[in-house]
Design a protein around this ligand. Structure first.
Ligand code: NAP
Length: 365
């Protein structure tokens, strides 16, 4: 049986812009600081800001987008009980609207231990969406690695996180070569490295972003409120796959580092659906992989929680199976784009940089 779902989002740190998009142009005139204070101090309820419909059944709402009224910085820095109470209120709203599964979008997952804070709820299934995100990120990496030298060092920045640890385990099963795991907590890095290291896979760890300079492929999986991967962290011609929402890369990198390619990660095509009422910052027919995981679970009639904390490899595989089953509605890796602009595959020997072949992706600005 097909179930309804809900997906939680929140405004970005560019609050005026997002509040203007959500609630109308006058909000763009309110000073940022006043909006931030209002979100922090007022007991604002969660708000339903959009609906997803099947393109072939436009009269039916299959899912709702619910906005948790907190900024990225507030989600990560306000007292945990306050933040989780706000997220919990949004989950209550999802339940009241008839959803059987709710996805924790963007920083609502890191702010709740990947959903562990809600694992005792039995009235609705919760998923952080990170199993499908890891699976889709692996597919994107395979596509990129096919064009890179076989000895390319891959840096997974945020490797010990919910998406990061699932991706590390998926990659370790099939990839031979060199892997650099980066995060701030050394103990967790060492434990993960020990688990995945093999005769075929040399795994090093670092808590210093400067070490990312040695990598040809950088996969960004951190949960910071704004940009942390900067020009000085990137080697010549590096390819960056950035899964983070909100982005932990700054668009200024496109100008300051034209040798570097930055690809928006974790994006999935959903031509079988239409989003109405709000923007989630993506072109029509595109979804974040965590939203796609929530949709796949609802479509398949899944009951109970799914990805909580760090998802397991078999969960990523299960979702790849569901994506194949519902292929007629989409759920395939989206074509590469960079900061929302299409990346075209072109022949350009002058820009082959780290790519082995002539075919590379460049930004069609
Ligand atoms: N595109 C999509 O569809 C999609 C889907 C799911 C998630 N995401 C995004 O993916 C990101 C990760 O989500 P998650 O749930 O896996 O988060 P998470 O569990 O909190 O993991 C974050 C990881 O980043 C590390 N980290 C955090 N801040 C860092 C910093 N300043 N410098 C270096 N490492 C840092 C953490 O380790 P330490 O604490 O030890 O540093 C951890 O390894 C988020 O931005 C999320 O919104 C995107």
């Amino acid at each position: 049986m097909v179930e309804k779902f809900a997906f939680l989002v929140h405004p970005r740190n560019t609050l005026r812009q997002d509040m203007g998009l959500l609630f109308g142009a006058p909000f763009r005139l309110v000073p940022e600081a006043a909006l931030r204070t209002a979100l922090r101090r007022l007991p604002l309820p969660p708000i339903v800001t959009g609906q997803l419909h099947r393109a072939d059944r436009p009269e039916e709402i299959t899912g709702s987008i619910i906005t948790v009224p907190l900024t990225p910085t507030q989600l990560l820095t306000l007292p945990r009980n306050q933040v989780q109470a706000r997220i919990s209120a949004a989950i209550d709203k999802a339940k009241d609207m008839g959803a059987s599964v709710v996805g924790l979008g963007a920083l609502t997952a890191p702010a709740s231990g990947g959903g562990k804070a809600f694992s005792k709820r039995t009235d609705i299934g919760v998923t952080n969406g990170n199993a499908f995100t890891a699976a889709m990120t692996l597919l994107a990496m395979e596509r990129l690695l096919a064009r890179l030298p076989s000895d390319t060092l891959i840096a997974l920045v945020g490797a010990t996180g919910s998406v990061g640890s699932c991706l590390t385990r998926l990659l370790a099963r099939q990839h031979a070569g060199r892997l650099l795991l980066v995060a701030r907590n050394r103990r967790r890095l060492d434990t993960l490295a020990e688990e995945v290291r093999s005769d075929d896979l040399a795994v090093s760890v670092s808590t210093d972003m400067a070490d990312v300079r040695n990598a040809g492929l950088v996969v960004l999986l951190t949960s910071a409120p704004d940009a942390i991967l900067r020009s000085e962290h990137l080697g010549q011609g590096a390819v960056v796959l950035d899964d983070t929402v909100p982005r932990n890369t700054d668009e200024g990198l496109l100008r300051s580092r034209p040798d570097v390619t930055i690809i928006d990660g974790g994006l999935v095509e959903i031509p079988g659906f239409e989003l109405k009422g709000c923007s989630i910052g993506l072109a029509p027919k595109l979804a974040y992989a965590c939203l796609a995981e929530t949709m796949l679970l609802a479509l398949s009639g899944h009951q109970g929680h799914f990805s909580i904390g760090a998802p397991e490899v078999h969960q990523a595989e299960h979702l790849l199976g569901l994506a194949a089953r519902y292929r007629h509605l989409g759920f395939q890796l989206a074509p590469f784009q960079s900061f929302g602009r299409k990346l075209d595959t072109i022949e350009s020997p002058a820009k082959t940089s780290l790519f082995t072949g002539k075919e590379i992706v460049t930004c069609a600005a």
